[in-house]
Design a protein around this ligand. Structure first.
Ligand SMILES: Nc1ncnc2c1ncn2[C@@H]1O[C@H](COP(=O)(O)OP(=O)(O)OP(=O)(O)O)[C@@H](O)[C@H]1O
Length: 270
């Protein structure tokens, strides 16, 4: 890994690079999804039954090459935005950094345990918000004592109780925005080595977004690295100092937020 630590892909000189601690290194990373049973026109139940009866293998494996040779080095204290058109590979890259998707080739190195905070982060719908706060805290490695100490802070931050005592109701009674806010609040209660956020900010209302942006800035100060996937350029502008722009799985640009956003806005005509 040492050889990657001096690598300079962010326009920063080797001396400055050495002083900084790398937290995530992606080295020529390729991610390929395989979708089985996609033989054109052969997806019907009758066709499947015929194949089973004749003991023929299922037709067609379609490969989706979602991330193509991406390399970058992230450092402690950085907040990095991931931008790009729909389907450009942002969520896939985030999941690979979180260790949830295997690399087809290339490698991801991480310092510490990355935590993925996405709109799909698993909370239990049938349990109350209160129980989910406790379980979520324990699942992130907090002690019972720490969870107890931070419980009120998490609930206040989420704003779930602003419109009544929702925290004692099952999560299935929450709107999607409320659920996303609670997820963010649980995850943000802990100092993460590497915090990966997928569109979480887009789901809350404006005042919650402001609070989350402030919390992301704090997390950065507390020496973590934050990755944020968002289609909202203003959220990226407010929170990130560096941006990776993916297009069709390829890392098209990696640099300071304003430079990359300007090029991206040119590209999208925004
Ligand atoms: N589970 C999956 N199986 C097969 N293909 C997938 C799967 N998930 C994503 N893909 C494909 O991988 C590519 C990248 O998808 P990904 O979700 O990473 O893009 P994205 O940049 O996050 O998109 P968006 O901005 O729309 O959320 C797309 O072509 C998508 O169709």
């Amino acid at each position: 890994m040492a050889e990657f630590m001096t690598e300079n892909r962010n326009g920063i000189g080797p001396a400055a690079d050495e002083a900084r601690v790398p937290t995530v290194i992606a080295d020529d990373l390729h991610i390929v999804y395989r979708v089985y049973g996609t033989g054109a026109g052969k997806g019907s139940a009758t066709a499947a039954l015929n194949r089973i009866v004749r003991r023929r293998p299922s037709t067609g494996v379609r490969e989706v090459h979602a991330v193509k040779g991406v390399s970058f080095t992230a450092h402690r204290g950085e907040s990095i935005g991931l931008i790009g058109s729909n389907g450009s590979g942002k969520s896939t890259l985030l999941q690979a950094v979180a260790g949830l998707l295997p690399a087809e080739s290339g490698k991801v190195y991480t310092h510490g345990q990355p935590s993925l905070l996405g709109v799909n982060a698993a909370l239990m719908n049938d349990l109350t918000g209160e129980k989910n706060v406790i379980l979520g805290g324990l699942a992130m490695g907090m002690s019972r004592e720490e969870v107890r100490e931070r419980y009120d802070g998490i609930v206040d931050f989420s704003g779930i109780n602003e419109k009544g005592d929702f925290i004692s109701l099952p999560m299935r009674t929450y709107s999607s925005g409320m659920a996303a806010r609670l997820r963010f609040s649980i995850a943000a209660a802990k100092d993460h080595d590497v915090l990966l956020i997928d569109e979480a900010l887009a789901t809350g209302d404006r005042s919650f977004q402001k609070r989350s942006e402030a919390r992301i800035r704090e997390l950065r100060k507390e020496a973590g690295t934050v990755f944020l996937v968002s289609h909202n350029n203003n959220s990226i502008r407010d929170t990130c100092d560096r941006v990776l722009w993916l297009e069709k799985g390829v890392l098209r640009m990696d640099g300071p937020t304003e430079e990359v956003l300007a090029a991206y806005e040119d590209f999208t005509g925004a």
